[in-house]
Each structure stands twice: as C-alpha cells, then as structure tokens.
Design a protein around this ligand. Structure first.
Ligand code: CIR
Length: 261
C-alpha cells in the first residue's frame, strides 16, 4: 500500500438526516435522493479502480458519518483511530472501529484526550505525512499522530491552516496524486513544506476541485473544474469525474467519503 495504490475501501451510505450535519458552505440544503445516487456512483468508481468496497449502512445517530475518512488514518503498518474535533462527530469512531479492527492492520492505535484529529487533515505522501493543524485537529492530536508515525518509520511535517479563510481540513486544499505531484490551492503553493514537489496550482474559482484522490490508475475529481481536469490530462493523469454537488453543500469532498487501504 502506498498513498496512491489500494485494494480496499470502507464507505458509509449517507443517512436520510444527512442535511442535519455540520456545514459552513451556504449552498443550500442537500437533496438526499441525489446524495444517495452520487454516493452509489462514487462506490462504483472505486470498484472500477479495482477496489473491494465495504459498504456500511447509514447511521442516523451521526448525520456526518458518511464522511468516514475523518474517523481514522490508515497506513500499511497501523490504523490510527482519530478523535474528531467536532463534538457531534465523536461517536463516529466507535461506530466504525470494529470494521477497522477487522481490516488486517498489524496494529490499531488511538488518538487520546486532549488530542483531537480529523482524518481529513492528514495527507500521506509516500513515506512522509503532512499533518494539518486546523480548527478540528489540535496541537495535541497532531503531536500524538506525529509520534505514532515516527515510530512506524515515517516522517511528518505540520501545516498550520488555522488562520486560513474558508478551509475546513488540510485536504480541502491539497491532494497528493503520485508521481511526486501535489494538487494545491494557489494560496498555499508557496509554503516551504510543499517545495520539491511538482505542483498543480488550483485557482480560487476551482478550490473545491483540489480535494481529488488518486486511486490506482485514476484520479477521482469532482465534476465542474475544467482547468484542473485539463491540467491533470496534460500531465498524463487519468481523471475520473464524479458529481459531488450534494456533498459539497455539507463541506465534504471526494477523499472524505472513503477510507482506502
Ligand atoms: C463536517 O463538517 O465535519 C462535515 N460536514 C464534512 C466533513 C468533511 N470531511 C473531510 O473533508 N475530510
């Protein structure tokens, strides 16, 4: 397993109360039927990329629980259960823990109080990790994860996005798509942490598109971002476009909808 090659994924069907989740997007309420369809298409896309997809049932206790990526950080050597920064999402970890424990990871670790950490803040780049310090992932959480990763033989660097406008998680603004290439919001592209990589800069009018996901031969990309899509094609990546409108309304992107390993 590397940051771009996977054989399995875990997803959770959005619940009928999906619209009651957290959001800052101001794009209106999501349409549940459409969200359900977009989710099904997303699962099919993962299968087309060669993954075996475990589909968990909707969990009405947690309206945001379709965003499974926030509940864990998965590496070949260990799964790390997180401690989400939003109180309404805390129970999501316990709700998915059994599935992760059954995933065959050599060990399963946990982020502990007072640390908070959302998987959406963690970006794996080969043997390195970018750890986003955000309004959801605090210093203790990032420090705990950094220590786990170091013990597992990875390096890590912190990217502080707490002062940045309109970014929820680090991976709302960056994605590693293999071939030493990062897709990154223009405003973040000059950060020292990202130098040494090929950078695909995403302009503000295409910000949502930056949350793309390399899965084996393809890069899953949200529909509606022609400049980013063209840039990916130009560099010989294979974009696979997916409608994400209803998840965007709830501040969620492509990466958040699955745990890949
Ligand atoms: C939340 O605010 O927590 C959810 N509505 C969206 C979470 C999206 N997750 C992610 O970007 N990793």
């Amino acid at each position: 397993m590397a940051a771009t090659h996977f054989t399995k994924a875990i997803v959770r069907i959005p619940g009928s109360n999906f619209a009651e989740g957290l959001t800052t997007a101001e794009l209106g309420a999501p349409n549940y039927e459409l969200a359900f369809q977009q989710h099904a298409r997303y699962c099919d896309a993962l299968r087309e990329c060669g993954l075996q997809v475990t589909v968990l049932p909707a969990d009405l206790r947690y309206p945001d629980s379709t965003f499974v990526e926030d509940a864990a950080v998965l590496t070949a050597e260990a799964a790390i259960l997180t401690r989400p920064g939003a109180a309404s999402r805390a129970g999501e970890v316990e709700a998915i823990a059994a599935e992760i424990r059954g995933g065959g990871f050599p060990s399963v670790l946990s982020i502990n109080e007072p640390g908070t950490l959302d998987g959406g803040d963690i970006c794996e780049v080969g043997r390195h990790f970018f750890l986003g310090l955000s309004l959801r992932s605090n210093e203790e959480g990032v420090q705990q994860l950094g220590m786990f990763l170091e013990a597992l033989g990875y390096t890590a660097s912190v990217v502080d996005i707490r002062e940045m406008q309109s970014i929820l998680h680090l991976k709302s603004g960056i994605a590693y798509i293999g071939e030493n290439t990062l897709v990154v919001w223009e405003e973040m592209a000059d950060l020292p942490q990202f130098q040494g990589y090929e950078l695909i800069r995403v302009s503000p009018d295409e910000h949502y598109g930056a949350n793309c996901v390399r899965v084996n031969d393809c890069v899953l990309v949200a529909e509606g971002f022609p400049k980013l899509t063209a840039e990916l094609e130009c560099r010989a990546f294979k974009p696979l476009l997916l409608e994400m409108s209803e998840f965007e309304k709830m501040d969620g992107g492509l990466s958040c909808l699955s745990l890949r390993f």
